[in-house]
Design a protein around this ligand. Structure first.
Ligand SMILES: [Fe+2]
Length: 478
């Protein structure tokens, strides 16, 4: 009798040399070497909303095409429940910036929609190239219609999201964070990225940007992205200060309301009664003059600030969480201003750990009614470092090896903050309650010591370095 096992034995067996074994190399993207999935085309891609200085009445957007698309054109309409948006849309033109990368030559188009009504739902689309193929008529490669709601002109409760570094294996590992955040808080109106959106600064670097825009996908076209630069947005040079990667000003259409010459990275927006301020800690650390320049500008921006809440974000932490790191220059020039002007929350990255505290400056924790901003360091991507002993002592909450996103719920008198793991569990929580004198009382909601997430520490038995749990580049090889 011929059985299945007999047939199996008779079947030709693969020779050893037929079995393909991928070389064990560290990779930072899912792009297979030699392929080019992120080359620009006539179709608009990398579409992203960034807020205007006064976000209630204007909206910035940018997108990418190949260099055949020499006109920068978008259309905007009030969003209606009926189709045919193009009939009432108005056409808006803008400017484009050229960028040459490993993916070829591209044009990055930037438009500002102005004269918008606050708290109103709009629809827009952006124009790509025109092409005539065969006997077909000349056709335009439009984007889909995206919708966004302008913020209200004055404070109104809403939700924001904050991410620490994405940086490594962005499509492979960061995408699930940004998508879980969207699933959890789809009503969020703005998302803060506290620097190091990608890792490499040159070479195949543009693929990493392709992955960052893949991760956020169409969400970037409907929710404003508040982007803050990190050290990995800067190119290192042998004999000169680091310089900003060309991908930053080309991808992000920012209001340029910061101090010259840092207007590509230092900026702010008033967004439905909350002022978000981006500082450039890379420039602040590599140049004392730029630390002072930002301090002077910050003082002006905080002096004239009618908003209910004030959020500052910069990449390098005021108080480091990870082993062997410290940025005293930020404390010298920026910390006194945060305290003098009652900044509510400081959102940071860089340390690839989680740390949250209000009184870290005094070396203590537990005195939760003292004035002063709440400092947070978080991480979204898979590169993971280890928490220092001093941070463990001085911070109300800390963790290693958790991919996290954070929700900020603003109401008139209360800012409710939650850190959630990528798998949805509540990891950290606190509330800032506005007092009559303008100060805030903190209600601590740190998770219980019985939680398996409490002071979560590295589980990787093969730490790549003494200070690291994961490099983040060892995750795509299999
Ligand atoms: Fe960093």
């Amino acid at each position: 009798m011929i059985t299945y096992l007999t047939l199996l034995a008779l079947a030709p067996q693969p020779l050893l040399h037929d079995i393909v074994v991928a070389p064990k190399i560290e990779r930072n993207t899912l792009v297979v070497a030699g392929s080019k999935p992120y080359q620009p085309t006539i179709y608009p891609d990398r579409i992203v909303l960034t807020p205007a200085a006064d976000a209630a009445t204007a909206q910035h957007v940018s997108w990418r095409t190949d260099t055949s698309v020499t006109q920068t054109v978008a259309e905007i309409s009030l969003a209606t429940p009926t189709p045919g948006l193009h009939r009432q849309a108005r056409t808006v033109t803008g400017t484009s910036l050229a960028l040459s990368s490993g993916n070829g030559d591209a044009l990055h188009h930037q438009v500002v929609f102005t004269e918008l009504e606050p708290d109103t739902l709009y629809a827009y689309r952006v124009q790509g190239g025109m092409q005539q193929v065969g006997d077909n008529p000349l056709q335009v490669a439009w984007s889909e219609w995206f919708q966004f709601r302008t913020p209200a002109a004055t404070f109104k409760p809403y939700t924001a999201v904050y991410f620490g570094d994405a940086q490594n294996a962005v499509k492979s590992h960061f995408s699930r964070v940004v998508r879980e955040a969207f699933r959890t808080a789809g009503e969020a109106m703005i998302m803060v990225h506290a620097g190091d959106l990608v890792n490499s600064r040159d070479g195949e670097h543009d693929d990493e940007w392709g992955e960052w825009f893949d991760a956020g996908g169409w969400m970037n076209g409907m929710i404003n992205q508040f982007v803050v630069p990190g050290n990995h947005e800067y190119i290192e040079h042998d004999d000169a200060p680091r310089t900003l990667v060309p991908q930053w000003p080309t991808h992000f259409n920012l209001p340029k309301n910061g101090p010259e010459p840092l207007q590509d990275t230092v900026w702010f927006t008033d967004f439905q009664g909350v002022r978000y301020i981006s500082l450039d800690s890379m420039q602040g650390l590599q140049s004392e003059a730029y630390a002072k320049l930002q301090a002077e500008w910050l003082r002006q921006v905080l002096t004239d600030n009618p908003n209910k809440w004030t959020i500052v974000s910069h990449h390098h932490p005021m108080f480091s969480v990870s082993l062997g790191r410290d940025n005293p220059q930020l404390r010298t020039y920026w910390q006194p201003i945060y305290e003098a002007f009652k900044v509510d929350l400081v959102l940071q990255g860089h340390d690839h750990t989680y740390g949250r505290g209000q009184n870290v400056g005094t070396g203590t924790h537990g005195q939760l009614k003292k004035e002063g901003p709440m400092y947070v360091v978080s991480v979204a991507g898979p590169k993971m470092y280890l928490v220092s002993d001093s941070a463990e002592e001085t911070m109300q909450a800390s963790a290693e090896e958790l991919q996290l996103f954070q929700l900020l719920n603003f109401s008139e008198q209360r800012l409710t903050y939650e850190a959630r793991t990528v798998t949805g569990e509540l990891f950290d929580r606190f509330e800032l309650v506005r007092q009559a004198d303008g100060s805030t009382e903190v209600i601590d909601g740190a998770i219980d010591t019985s939680s398996p997430l409490y002071k979560h520490r590295c589980t990787n038995p093969n730490k790549p370095r003494e200070t690291r749990c994961w490099n983040g580049t060892e995750l795509i090889q299999h």
